[in-house]
Design a protein around this ligand. Structure first.
Ligand code: FAD
Length: 483
């Protein structure tokens, strides 16, 4: 409970990717001071930090509305400002007389550097700036190998993290938050974060915000967790948590997800799910230790890949028109919903990098714009994992066969039929490789290849061989370097 004293100067709680009231260390420490609280969000688009993509802005819009509503229920409200973060903080400090800024830290290299500069400058002017980890299971950089360096392999990292880190006590956040009344705020509607003309978000079926996050976690542990380990690879089944955008925007703490999952069933049932949450931490840990990986291969020899410039192939991939049904279904799910199932993300990424030999950074950029869960650390880490160029990455010779993957993980075709209605009439046997279907089967299913649905833009075996040759040439460089 916060009891604001008349004399205390306010604390600014600068919300960024911690858009929640529960389990929020920056907010609870501010409440513990007993001073009035100024909850702030700054939309800073001109800084060195990579601007959010369009789908993320869609999410941000709704999540800020939810946060504002939750704050209002506690007697407060969210102050919105648009512009340079430091300038806006200074202006708000001037307006409110605040002498402290609390925030939950960001760990991406550019954001962390911006925050460090800003904290330094404000502290030089007598404003106290404090940061906490409200985002990851362990503070990035804190889990170190026996030799003291950063882990480069997932399994020992995961073991070390789970043996060292423990869940903080669950807190619901202050019941009442006193905020100075006169503080002006911009209007969220004026920011125009929701797309219009065209509104491409009509298929976005999400409930951004803390309540939506808690509900998603509850649904997952009640209805899906028991089958998660087996079912998480089948894109036609709704057996994953879909917590990724909620976690990215900090609408729920990852520890809350771990604790709820571990409590929900018999010992060990939650292990696979917890491992996936640790992959999230591992991604942040790698980006923190190796900041160059946003633009360069973790294994530098992979920066010599003989990438192809193929605008036509890239466009077909983005639009879900490659002629490979599972790839196309994934790309259309992404466009229509702002999300793609993890197994399919691996397959479409492998297709772009290996079948089309297009630079993984092209794919990373497209995902960045289209995903509601776009996250620099996870996106870069996973793209490099598929490319074979990352730490603890998939071996370069692992080239997913989209047809075999479809037959294995979407055997009943539910996923492909949902996203590619034009081939939905094909029997399961031909669904993942329509070009192999006899003419009468195609006719009956009303599929005209090259007209209603494309023929494959590359032939699998030829593309596979081309990729292996390219990858071998890179690996030779590595051998030379290591000699
Ligand atoms: P669940 O299976 O329920 O997993 C629970 C949580 O664990 C997820 O919400 C997520 O926070 C974390 N997680 C799961 N898998 C991974 C993983 N491989 N790496 C890191 N964290 C993981 N995830 C993002 O959050 N943002 C991205 O930008 C992103 N880009 C990706 C790009 C590619 C090429 C690939 C192959 C994967 C990417 N992922 C990304 C990881 C993963 O696909 C998503 O986190 C997952 O599909 C989200 O669905 P879910 O919440 O139902 O996951």
């Amino acid at each position: 409970m916060t009891t604001a004293t008349a004399t205390a100067k306010p604390v600014i709680v600068w919300f960024r990717r911690d858009l929640r009231l529960a389990d929020n260390p920056a907010l609870s420490h501010a409440a513990a001071t007993g001073a009035p609280i100024v909850p702030l969000y700054v939309l800073d688009e001109g800084s060195r930090v990579r601007p959010m993509g369009a789908a993320s802005l869609w999410w941000l819009d709704k999540s800020l509305r939810a946060l504002d509503a939750a704050l209002r229920e506690r007697g407060s409200r969210l102050i919105l400002r648009r512009g340079d973060a430091e300038a806006e903080l200074r202006r708000l400090i001037e307006e409110t007389g605040a002498d402290r800024v609390h925030m939950n830290r960001l760990w991406e290299p550019d954001a962390a550097a911006r925050d460090a500069d800003l904290a330094h400058a404000l502290q030089a002017d007598g404003v106290e700036v404090k940061g906490w980890n409200g985002t990851y299971l362990a503070t990035p950089g804190a889990v170190r190998s026996g030799a003291g360096g950063p882990y480069k392999v997932f399994t020992p990292f995961s073991k070390a993290l789970l043996s060292q880190a423990a869940p903080p006590e669950h807190t619901l956040g202050p019941h009442r938050i006193d905020t100075p009344r006169a503080t002006p705020s911009e209007r969220l509607d004026d920011w125009r974060l929701h797309p219009t003309r065209p509104d491409w978000s009509t298929g976005f079926d999400w409930t951004p915000g803390e309540a939506g996050a808690v509900a998603a976690l509850g649904r997952f542990v009640r209805h899906a967790l028991a089958d998660y380990a087996d079912g998480r690879d089948r894109p036609g089944d709704a057996l994953t948590s879909r917590l990724s955008p909620h976690l990215h925007f900090g609408e729920i703490s990852p520890w809350r997800a771990v604790v709820a999952a571990e409590k929900a069933g018999p010992p060990g049932q939650a292990a696979k799910f917890v491992t996936e949450l640790v992959w999230r931490d591992f991604s942040a840990h790698l980006l923190h230790a190796f900041p160059q990986i946003t633009d360069h291969a973790f294994r530098p020899e992979y920066d010599r890949m003989p990438w192809r410039a193929d605008a036509t192939g890239l466009r077909a991939w983005k639009r879900g028109l490659t002629g490979y049904p599972l790839v196309d279904a994934g790309m259309r799910e992404l466009w229509r919903t702002g999300y793609m199932h993890n197994r399919v993300r691996m397959i479409v990424a492998s297709f772009l990098i290996k079948h089309l030999l297009i630079d993984w950074r092209e794919g990373e950029t497209w995902f960045w714009d289209c995903l509601v869960d776009a996250d620099l650390a996870s996106n870069v880490q996973n793209w490099q994992w598929v490319a074979g160029s990352g730490a603890d990455a998939s071996p370069y010779f692992r080239i997913f066969n989209p047809v075999a993957q479809g037959r294995k993980f979407d055997a009943d075709g539910r996923y492909v039929r949902r996203w590619i209605p034009e081939i939905a009439g094909l029997p399961d046997r031909w669904l993942h490789a329509p070009w192999e279907a006899p003419a009468e089967v195609l006719r009956e299913a009303r599929v005209r290849l090259g007209s209603t649905y494309p023929r494959p833009i590359v032939e699998h075996e030829a593309a596979r061989k081309r990729a292996l040759d390219a990858l071998k040439s890179v690996d030779r460089h590595r051998d030379e370097r290591e000699d």
